[in-house]
Design a protein around this ligand. Structure first.
Ligand code: MN
Length: 220
């Protein structure tokens, strides 16, 4: 079974862009519910060792939408938390060079990222991702869809576009949320590590592995 990963910072650490109240609800209730539903769906299969990435790809192949949605949302949220930082960072190294090449600099990337996220209709996610030759692109995915189905793409950053991510703090102003988010919350250190993986210099982030389900003690 999969555990709900702890946040890598305190609940209040992302204020004022993401309030403590939002983060408690978002992590404990929304993300927690996806993880619980995922575990319930996997229970009858008796499978307690398949990596979450493989659960998602197999559910996608089998067009098992319920399993796919909960598994992908479990992964997307874990990635979202770890790709944010409580302290403001800036891109560096080869990633900074790639941002200059693709967007003319960080301001150009910010404009593209906000435009993609603000224009996205309905729920979903906006990503910064790298292809296998180090090129960068911004893309949005609908609902639970992630970047696993895009062969050769490595995600570097993501921002949650579901209303539960921003409505308490920014109400209907998704663009304002994205603007504030982009300036202070991306973990460029994490993005750089992912970029190194896209370039084949290291391994990409993987979701924490499942642990064996506790033994069921049945009455004799
Ligand atoms: Mn969410």
């Amino acid at each position: 079974m999969f555990a709900l990963p702890d946040l890598p910072y305190a609940y209040g650490a992302l204020e004022p862009v993401i309030s403590e109240r939002t983060l408690r609800l978002h992590h404990d209730k929304h993300h927690g519910a996806y993880v619980n539903a995922l575990n319930t769906l996997l229970e009858p299969t008796g499978d307690s060792s398949t990596a979450l990435e493989d659960v998602i790809l197999e559910a996608s192949r089998a067009t098992d939408r319920k399993l796919f949605n909960n598994a992908a949302q479990a992964l997307n949220h874990s990635f979202f938390w770890i790709a944010m930082s409580a302290g403001r960072e800036l891109p560096s190294g080869t990633l900074a060079v790639a941002i200059d090449a693709a967007f003319g600099g960080l301001a150009g990337l910010k404009t593209a990222f906000i435009a993609e996220g603000a224009a996205h209709f309905g729920s979903g996610w906006v990503w910064l991702a790298a292809d296998q030759i180090g090129g960068l692109r911004v893309l949005a995915t609908h609902d639970a869809n992630d970047t696993l189905s895009h062969a050769g793409l490595t995600p570097l950053l993501v921002c949650d576009l579901w209303e539960h991510a921003y409505y308490l703090d920014h109400q209907n102003d998704r663009k304002g949320y994205l603007d504030a988010w982009f300036d202070v919350l991306p973990s460029w250190e994490f993005a750089s590590a992912q970029y190194a993986a896209a370039e084949g210099r290291s391994a990409p982030w993987r979701h924490p592995a499942p642990t064996p389900a506790p033994l069921q003690h049945k009455a004799a």
